[in-house]
Design a protein around this ligand. Structure first.
Ligand code: MFK
Length: 320
C-alpha cells in the first residue's frame, strides 16, 4: 500500500488531502502496531470519552478492519503516528488532518474518532509519565464526546470533523482543569504561555467557576510541566471583540471577564465565521432563520444585518 493507492481507493483528490497523504507516506508506520478496541471494549471506552449513545453504536458498527479496509487502515496508522511522534511538544507546528470524502460513508465520517480511540493508550501513557491524575486525563479526553455531539447537531448525522483540535488533546498539549481548557503554548518570540479555551460544555460562566478554574492552572503546570514556566494566559477569540459591549448587559459574564484582558497590538482577524459557529453551530442557514432567544443571538444577527462584521482579537492575562 502506498499514498497513491490510498488516494485513488478513497478518492482523496483535493490538494490538501494529496499533500497530507504525501507527508504520511514519508512518515511511515508507527513504532507499535495500531490496535482498535472493538465490541464492548469500544463501547465502554466511548462512553468514558463522553460520546453520545446513538454514536457509540454507529462507531462500533462502522469500525475499519485492516484486511477489509486496507486503505483506511494505512491512513489510520499513519495519522496516529503523526499525532504521537511529538507528544507534549508545543513548539512543533501541527497541520490538521483533512476530512475524508463523503463517499467513504460512516467509516470515513468517524475516521478521526478511530484515530482518537487508537491513540488513547499513547496519550494515557504520556499523562502517566507526567504524573497527571486520571481524573484530569479522562475529563480532558472527553473533548471527543463534545466534538461528536457538535457534529450531529450541525450536520444531522454522525461523524467528527474537529480533528485539528482533538489532535492537541491526543498530543498531551491540552488539559481540562475544572470548567476551562489550557494548552501548553509559546509566543512568537518563544516565551512560554498557556492558551485558554472555553468549551461550550459546562454552560454559563456563573459564580466563581471561571476564576476557580484559572486558579488550577499554575499549580497543575508547575507540577507536571515544570520546565514550561508560563506566567501568562493568552487567547484569541470573538469573546474579545469590543463591539460586544454595544449589545450585552453589564451583568453578562462575557463582558465582565473580558475587561480584565489586555488586547495584543495588531489587526484583529475576521470573526464572522467564528461567532456564527460558536453561537449557532452555523451551517449556512439564512440569517433570518437563526434562533433569536438570547441577547447574544440577537446581537450577532442584528450586527451582520447592519452590514457590520465581527472580529477575533488576541489578548493576554497574567496567570493567577
Ligand atoms: C470571557 C473571557 C474572555 C477571555 C477570552 C480568552 C480566549 C478564549 C479562547 C476561546 O476559547 S474561543 C472559544 C470560546 N468558547 C465558545 O465560544 C464556546 C461557546 N460559547 C459559550 O459556551 C458561551 O458563550 C460562554 C460559556 C463563553 C459564555 O456564556 P455565558 O456565561 O452565558 O455568557 P454571558 O455573557 O453571561 O451571556 C450573555 C447573554 O448571551 C445571555 O443571554 P440573555 O442576555 O438573553 O440572558 C446568554 O444566554 C447568551 N449567550 C451566551 N453564550 C451564548 C449565548 N447565546 C447563544 N449562544 C451562546 N454560545
Amino acid at each position: 500500500m502506498d499514498a497513491e493507492t490510498v488516494r485513488s481507493a478513497l478518492k482523496m483528490e483535493d490538494e490538501r488531502s494529496v499533500a497530507w497523504l504525501s507527508d504520511l507516506e514519508k512518515l511511515g508506520s508507527p513504532p507499535e502496531p495500531v490496535r482498535l478496541p472493538r465490541g464492548d471494549e469500544a463501547r465502554e471506552l466511548l462512553r468514558r470519552l463522553g460520546v453520545p449513545e446513538l454514536d457509540v453504536e454507529e462507531i462500533v458498527a462502522a469500525a475499519p478492519e485492516p484486511d477489509r479496509d486496507p486503505a483506511l487502515w494505512w491512513l489510520l496508522e499513519r495519522t496516529h503516528h503523526a499525532i504521537i511522534r511529538n507528544m507534549g511538544d508545543c513548539r512543533v507546528k501541527r497541520r490538521g488532518a483533512p476530512n475524508l470524502p463523503s463517499g467513504t460513508g460512516a467509516a470515513g465520517r468517524y475516521f478521526h474518532v478511530y484515530v482518537f480511540l487508537a491513540t488513547v493508550p499513547s496519550v494515557r501513557g504520556f499523562h502517566e509519565s507526567r504524573g497527571i491524575p486520571e481524573k484530569v486525563t479522562w475529563e480532558s479526553l472527553a473533548q471527543l464526546g463534545d466534538s461528536v455531539a457538535t457534529y450531529r447537531r450541525k450536520h444531522g448525522e454522525g461523524g467528527m470533523d474537529t480533528q485539528w483540535w482533538t489532535a492537541y488533546f491526543l498530543s498531551g498539549i491540552v488539559y481540562q482543569l475544572g470548567r476551562l481548557q489550557f494548552s501548553l503554548a509559546v509566543g512568537r518570540d518563544g516565551t512560554p504561555e498557556l492558551g485558554l479555551h472555553i468549551p461550550e460544555a459546562g454552560g454559563p460562566l456563573k459564580g466563581t467557576i471561571f476564576y476557580d478554574s484559572l486558579c488550577l492552572a499554575r499549580p497543575f503546570f508547575d507540577r507536571h510541566f515544570p520546565e514550561h514556566g508560563a506566567d501568562v494566559l493568552t487567547g484569541t477569540s470573538w469573546l474579545l471583540d469590543p463591539q460586544l459591549e454595544e449589545y450585552l448587559s453589564e451583568e453578562s459574564h462575557i463582558i465582565r471577564f473580558r475587561r480584565a484582558w489586555t488586547r495584543i497590538e495588531g489587526d484583529p482577524e475576521p470573526g464572522d465565521d467564528a461567532i456564527l459557529e460558536f453561537v449557532f453551530h452555523y451551517n449556512g442557514e439564512p440569517l433570518d432563520e437563526l434562533p433569536q432567544r438570547t441577547s447574544l443571538e440577537r446581537a450577532v444577527v442584528a450586527h451582520l444585518r447592519a452590514g457590520r462584521h465581527w472580529y477575533e482579537y488576541a489578548g493576554h492575562l497574567p496567570l493567577p
